[in-house]
Design a protein around this ligand. Structure first.
Ligand SMILES: Nc1nc2c(ncn2[C@@H]2O[C@H](COP(=O)(O)OP(=O)(O)OP(=O)(O)O)[C@@H](O)[C@H]2O)c(=O)[nH]1
Ligand SMILES: [Mg+2]
Length: 293
């Protein structure tokens, strides 16, 4: 008997969905930072064994869209409700369970198994956790509730065991040697964006998109040219920084992470360009890979 299925991870921003996905897959597939709205795409991480294939999907945190890119982000999150065999609804110990009742209503109507994961239990105590579990149980009575700490890997083995039990009988959906649905270039732009999320404040990370224009690989090296797009001239100056120091720091941090991701030495050149109001341009968003089909 062979089991296979889609296990989709959804929830509000910043609750730890990407951290969890990386723990479940055992690889750093999805970037995770302390800032909300880190994830912008639906990203698959695939776990393969001889008799099983689990296709995890990480998704953007659910939000009310203010511009076109956020509409695409929400569409990715909602697409994960449509094709899941098992849904992992992630929350954390500080989030108000009533924060997003509209989305919760959609989750409530689902007929597939829903596991409600209360993450970050390393930041609470038994007594408070008991209250949180009760409040969630009242809201989603059909969901199985599992308290976890994705960061400390607490509860992850138990969760994995439960997922395997719930996985339907099915042939594999992807090649057994495939780890993700995204190409190498995607991970390059995500790793650069991760450094930008870490090093710049305010609206800068949300105004940035990274496009990889050259990715040339040989046995031991990869040559990469990447363009960091911003929305306005003033943002270009901030990205580059005084005497180019800010961009230099981001690029060298990115290069280090890329070397460990690809296991090869990396030559990285970064350029900064202005693409006015790209976040609201359907055409630019499609160029940058925001499309749901
Ligand atoms: N204390 C604690 N922090 C955690 C845990 N899991 C994740 N975090 C932190 O929570 C923050 C957000 O983590 P992400 O994995 O990026 O969250 P996300 O839900 O993917 O966020 P978006 O992609 O923005 O929706 C990061 O600073 C993580 O280190 C946990 O178990 N305990
Ligand atoms: Mg994320």
């Amino acid at each position: 008997m062979h089991k296979a299925g889609f296990v989709n991870i959804v929830g509000n921003p910043n609750v730890g969905k990407s951290t969890l996905m990386n723990q479940l897959v055992g690889e750093k597939i999805s970037i995770a930072t302390f800032k909300a709205q880190t994830t912008r795409h639906r990203i698959m991480g695939i776990v393969n064994t001889d008799d099983m294939q689990i296709v995890f999907s990480d998704t953007p945190g659910v939000l009310k869209p203010n511009y076109k890119m956020q509409e695409m982000m929400l569409a990715f999150s909602e697409s994960a409700l449509a094709d899941a065999d098992v849904l992992l609804y992630v929350t954390d110990v500080v989030e108000n369970p009533e924060k997003n009742l509209d989305f919760l209503e959609k989750v409530k109507k689902m007929t597939i198994p829903v596991l409600l994961l209360i993450n970050k239990i390393d930041e609470t105590d038994q007594h408070k956790l008991g209250d949180t579990v009760e409040r969630w149980h009242a809201l989603l009575p059909n969901a199985e509730i599992l308290p976890i700490s994705a960061k400390n890997k607490f509860g992850i083995d138990m969760l994995m065991k439960r997922i395997k039990e719930l996985l339907p009988e099915s042939p594999a959906y992807f090649d057994k040697d495939q780890l993700t649905d995204k190409p190498a270039k995607f991970f390059v732009s995500e790793i650069i964006r991760e450094k930008i999320l870490r090093y710049y404040d305010k609206e800068i990370p949300y105004s940035v998109e990274v496009a990889v224009e050259r990715f040339k690989e040989d046995e031991h090296h990869i040559h990469i040219n990447a363009v960091i797009y911003v929305e306005r001239d003033s943002q270009k100056g901030v990205i580059i920084g005084h005497q180019g120091m800010a961009l230099k720091k981001v690029s060298s941090e990115a290069r280090r992470s890329l070397e460990s991701f690809f296991g090869k030495s990396i030559y990285l050149e970064t350029f900064v360009k202005v693409d006015k109001d790209w976040r609201n341009s359907q055409r630019e968003l499609e160029n940058f890979g925001y499309s749901t089909d």
